[in-house]
Design a protein around this ligand. Sequence first.
Ligand code: WT7
Length: 678
Amino acid sequence: MSNFDCKNKFKPDTEGTYIKSFKEYQSLHKKSIEDPQAFWYEKAHEFLNWDKSFTKVSSGNLKYGNVKYFEDGYLSVYQNCVLRHKEANPNGIALIYEADNPEEARSVTWLELSQQVQLYARVLKQMGVKKGDVVTIYMSTSPEAIYAMFACSYIGAVHSVIFGGFSSDAIKARVLDSKSEVIFTQNFTKRRGRTIPMKTTINKAIEGIDFVRKVLVYGRVKNIKEEINMKPNRDILLESLLEEFQEGGKYENVYANLQPMSMNAEDPLFLLYTSGSTGKPKALIHTTGGYLLNAALTHKTVFDIRKGDRFGCVADIGWITGHTYIVYAPMLNGVSTVLFESTPDYPSITRYWEVIDKWGLTQFYTSPTAVRFVMSCGTDPLKDFSLKSLRVIGSVGEPIGVEAWNWYFKNVGKSRCYLVDTYWMTESGAIMISAIPGATTLKRGSATLPLFGISPQLLVKNGGSKSIELSMQKKQRKFSEIAENDQSGILTIKGHWPSITRTILGNHKRYLETYLSPYPGYFLTGDSAYRDMDGYYFIKGRIDDVINVCAHRFGTSELESTLTLHPKAVEVAVVGMPHKIKGEAIFVFCVLKDKHTEEMVIKNELKSLLQTSISKIASPEHIVIVDSLPKTRSGKIMRRILKKIVRKNYEVATYGDLSTLLNPDSVDSIVSNVKKIL
Ligand code: WT7
């Protein structure tokens, strides 16, 4: 891997970056690991306002999974995220709403945000919601969803945001699991110009669930005649209720002086279900003080946040990326945040670039899938946009291959912005490994180095090879840390950090078994990584995605990133299929840039690419050209489905809930393609 020194091209203005140099990073990181009590004490006071300060920074351990941060401290989320900025800058822009239709775009000031959150909070209070109750939010990425989220913590309730594209079955499972009695939703949403029902989806989801007392319905799509079937006493139109709380309304004086809840630092702030792509959905719990602190600190550090910035994370609020880097971190740091409700190609393929130039965004944060998608449309759509306001561009969700990295850096970052490849997960609450603008020398394809409080360790099972294996049956095993560089291993984090998820709702045992017991003292990320000569981390992918061909192990992401080096391959997925002789064989699915390409030629080229770049043994058994790959809404390829298909399970009905996919239609056509060759 070649070094890529971006430091010289990146010119911080006179204010300078948050972390001024690599040296400063090193010494702060060292302090955060060696003296976490002092480090977090200082940061907790730098980033947060406390109603009552804490006397203890952290306690507990990974053995029992009873980690606590700032446990006797109290703080108000509303004061930290909204009120202090409203007081300092009432007319500044807090939210930038890029609705599906760009003509409906609007911004919301800090003053308006504070007023709306208070109104929404009074509504929740009126509905009898109490501290610790779970409130479900099934809405699109919009200001109203943000009001609902902040209204929850205003009264001490815990939000459970469900991605707006999920089906009634997926919602039902989550509402049942969280026992949520109150739901925020909207009548319809808009996606690529189409009107999509949300309220009727909720109706179906909660049919027969008697504990759901109230459904508050925001009229996102106006002037629409279609029926949404309001159930008397249970369902309430939000806008008319809100009006009653305003001047002249019948509840004008009810809860008018409702004060924001002072939360204990360890009170749950929200729960979030992991993608639900495997097994039963599990709700990860994040608590208030530690989560908020690390959200703010990582945001400031990684994106070099400065006063007046306009931060553009184009994810959906239904994911952890949305929670941390659309909502909590930008609001804590007092900068404008973008709520992007649309897709990169609606109304046209220039949408991202229009949004960046229109609002003068200073940071842009997206996923490798989105980068590959815009890349497949060429550079022509970019030609009318300067993108000159950008300083930092980011990537998250999966390894960003070298080709996409180069394209993103050159065409969006114009070879002058910092490109931060940020590695983290729902469980971590905030970024764990990432470059820091102005401090880190970038390397293509590497998430680079750990952030504060994060001590990554590569582990190896003792007794022979460095092979990476994950056997969930064996609860404990002998293992050791790999001390040297230029090695690969199981990626774990030693010890804890403030925003680590505290438990799985209602199943602490599963929490311990999944993350903490396999390697006592270490948090198991589920990924494997390579650490190069300079100590830089390269995330190789999920350990469960290793393919074993003739006793040789290949990470699917390693195979995939090699295949995407082919100029005609847009996207590739590799899965293992059972093979009588080899144990497992490699099955490749490939999406081509140009559908008219000669398939045989490409297949041969892809085959020799693997043979020459990786090994003869990595020669694929089958290559199938497909139109698109099944993906989760967060852009992850659903290898689980592909694995079933190559195992000749063609019963689509047994694949689980496909409505949670970005493109459920892709599955049928892949099945029929594979049937032809197996
Ligand atoms: C998994 C977590 C964190 C928000 C989005 C996904 C993969 C995430 C990277 C990256 C390589 C990455 C890992 C991780 N991942 N970021 N920069 N490079 N892989 O959250 O759904 O909880 O998924 O995403 O495999 O374990 P998530």
